[in-house]
Write a protein that binds this ligand. Sequence first.
Ligand code: 13P
Ligand code: SF4
Length: 303
Amino acid sequence: MIKKQITDLKKEKNAIILAHYYTLPEVQDIADFVGDSLALAKQAATTNADIILFAGVHFMAETAKILSPQKKVLIPDLDAGCSLADSCPAEQLEVFLKDYPNYKVLSYINCSAKVKTLSDIIVTSGNALKVVNSLPENEKIVFTPDRNLGAYINKETGREMALWNGACHVHDQLTADEVFKLKEKHPNAKVLAHPECKATVLALADFVGSTAAMLQFAKNDPSPEFIVATETGILYEMQKQNPGKQFYVVNNPETCACNDCEYMKLNTLEKIYHALETESPEIILEDELIRKALAPIQKMLEF
Ligand code: 13P
Ligand code: SF4
């Protein structure tokens, strides 16, 4: 019933629903497009819809608004934040950057619009290595806000980027011990990990990549079983694409025994319906903020 109401409203208002792979299965089902941060940003930049309803977290909806300022961008719940974005307040970053006067500032897209205005280039987990490798070898770089993704890029590229000390609470809590335990039970399973995980977890991975890249790997690789170190929402699409394969998610039993991103899970069908009906909550940003935050995102999209 509610699914039909959402579809009708969407048509009536020429709205598009974009959803991240970490949202609830029923939300992914009603979305027009499900993707990782990079693909979602590209969709937001090119859609013909009048309204973008972003089932994801705040920085993603904000990025959609920056890329399509003439459109109305809705977020089902304004409390859908991101611990990683929150770990890098713009005012503190401004002070930090005073120690790095001639550095390029690369920021992971999981940051606020204000932090984007302090950055030269935005990257996602889907293109970070490519972007860093394209920069001259002697270029000095500060990477914000994720210390784990930053350390991973340093290791893979041989760079020595200065790192902001931020992390995502979902990925940072996963441990190598838990991966080992699953490995003992499923010795032939391949390990997939998101680069927001700690280096000790990434060291055990057969493949490290964004949500979309992990999905691609699971589909193309002949292995019948995988250990997955990321947020639980990805399992829905993984299982759908690979009905014959087994997926075991790495948990942290000391904390929540599941790695749900509570912010992503705030997107419910009821809230999506309400947002479409009332055309709120809406993402509103000042023109100047949009202008300044757009430049580093556009640089990324040029890749
Ligand atoms: P992706 O770039 O894989 O979409 O990751 C986004 C995110 O929030 C991971 O926690
Ligand atoms: Fe942010 Fe982590 Fe949630 Fe991704 S999983 S949206 S990085 S809190």
